[in-house]
Write a protein of this length. Structure first.
Length: 415
């Protein structure tokens, strides 16, 4: 049987070494990894083709297939993400505060690595490199458990990373790939409290819920994305059509794609036909309430489940409302807490939306597709947290660190 404990134990030992590795050494290793990914693209593509072929045989959905497939261009993009992480400021060692107490003690707070981070994910080999780069730069070791559908891609990627690390003089156990795809291994990994300091699941609702409900290792919840766009009564309608097209159709199989529309009744007669025609021209189905259906015969009936669904397909829900209050209530009810946008030219409406919509990222007059570590200037991202503890929204380097207090004294004792 696969020994996941041994893998995690090696990662724990490696984490203590990388935690004290200097910034220049880390950056040099990251740049060597990026170069190796580019120079050995053929090995990656070879493994990825096996995964893609198996996925086709298993009738994987087009959206998930898009996530799985690697090309020369995508590998170059992944490598560029590593280089950007290398260029970022190292958060480790940052002194957050330093104050002198009346008794003379100097009490400070400093940023430190988390330790060993476990990542459980599906169908996205780019996550293998993104998560390694961020965890490594923040001084952590990482244990990766990708899905069976991308195992050959991941084997190739991790081998290249390990080879580059060895060449750079870094312990290669700072990255480990769980090579056994049996789901029982996941259950064991979720109980590795002695070795893993944090688990981050990335994937569909089933995977995320399984980890949240069954892990004893602390978990950061990266949520599914039922993202909303609200077209306010003060909206620029042409802008609304363009943003909705981008948010829904630019890439289907991503968590920041728009899945739900909310439209103010004052502009519904004018904007719904424009939106419906534009989306339908690309084969996107709109499932709407009775009011939206009465405006456009392209729209088919929606049920209660539709308003809370992350489709990851050419389907979107629509709801007509009579006020901003009703829009906010609808969004907060059905949202997964990921990303929401308002299209409006009214300042007061925009500010209320920003203040009252309870999601990790809230936009005014912009596509939800920007919820992404790269777009936010973090380099690669390790996930988008939809919880409120420790980290929320796109998670960059600082989300992968903890803090500790450092205290300087000169002989004080407590009375």
């Amino acid at each position: 049987m696969y020994d996941i404990k041994a893998v995690c134990e090696k990662a724990k030992k490696a984490s203590r070494i990388i935690a004290r590795t200097g910034i220049e050494e880390k950056n040099k290793a990251l740049l060597m990894v990026a170069d190796a990914l580019c120079s050995r693209k053929n090995e990656i593509i070879k493994g990825n083709k096996i995964d893609v072929s198996n996925a086709e045989d298993n009738n994987m959905s087009p959206a998930l297939m898009d996530r799985l497939k690697l090309t020369d261009e995508r590998i170059e993009g992944i490598a560029e993400g590593v280089r950007q992480v290398a260029a970022l400021e190292d958060p480790v060692g940052e002194v957050l505060s330093m104050k002198k107490r009346p008794n003379g003690l100097l009490v400070g707070q400093v940023r430190v690595p988390m330790g060993v981070i476990g990542i459980i994910y599906e169908s996205r080999p780019n996550v293998t490199i993104d998560t390694f780069a961020l965890c490594f730069k923040a001084g952590n070791a990482v244990v990766l458990r990708g899905g069976s559908d991308c195992i050959h891609s991941n084997l190739a990627l991790v081998k290249i990373v390990k080879d580059a690390l060895i060449e750079a003089g870094i312990d290669p156990d700072v990255i480990s790939l769980v090579e056994d795809t049996d789901r029982e291994i996941v259950n064991q990994m979720m109980k590795m409290n002695q070795y893993l300091d944090l688990l981050i699941p990335r994937g569909g609702a089933g995977l995320i819920n399984n980890v949240i409900q069954n892990a004893t290792v602390p978990v950061i919840q990266t949520g599914t994305g039922n993202c909303h766009i609200y077209v306010d009564k003060y909206a620029d309608l042409d802008m609304a059509v363009k943003i909705i097209r981008n948010a829904k159709l630019q890439r289907l199989g991503v968590c920041n794609a728009a899945e739900s529309l909310v439209i103010h009744s004052d502009v519904a007669e004018d904007v719904i036909p424009l939106i419906a025609a534009d989306l339908a021209s690309d084969g996107c189905e709109i499932r709407g309430d009775e009011r939206s259906q009465s405006i456009s015969n392209i729209i088919v009936p929606a049920n209660e489940e539709d308003y809370g669904t992350e489709y990851l397909a050419k389907i979107i829900s629509a709801k007509v409302v009579d006020s901003l209050d009703e829009a906010i209530e609808h969004i907060n009810k059905y949202s997964t807490g990921h990303s929401e946008a308002i299209i409006t030219e009214d300042y007061n409406s925009s500010q209320r939306f920003l203040n009252e919509v309870d999601s990790a990222c809230v936009y005014v007059n912009a596509s939800t597709r920007f919820t992404d570590g790269f777009e936010f200037g973090f380099g690669a991202e390790i996930g988008i947290s939809t919880q409120k503890l420790h980290a929320r929204g796109p998670m960059g380097l600082t989300a992968l660190t903890s803090t500790k207090y450092i205290v300087y004294g000169n002989g004080q004792i407590r009375s």
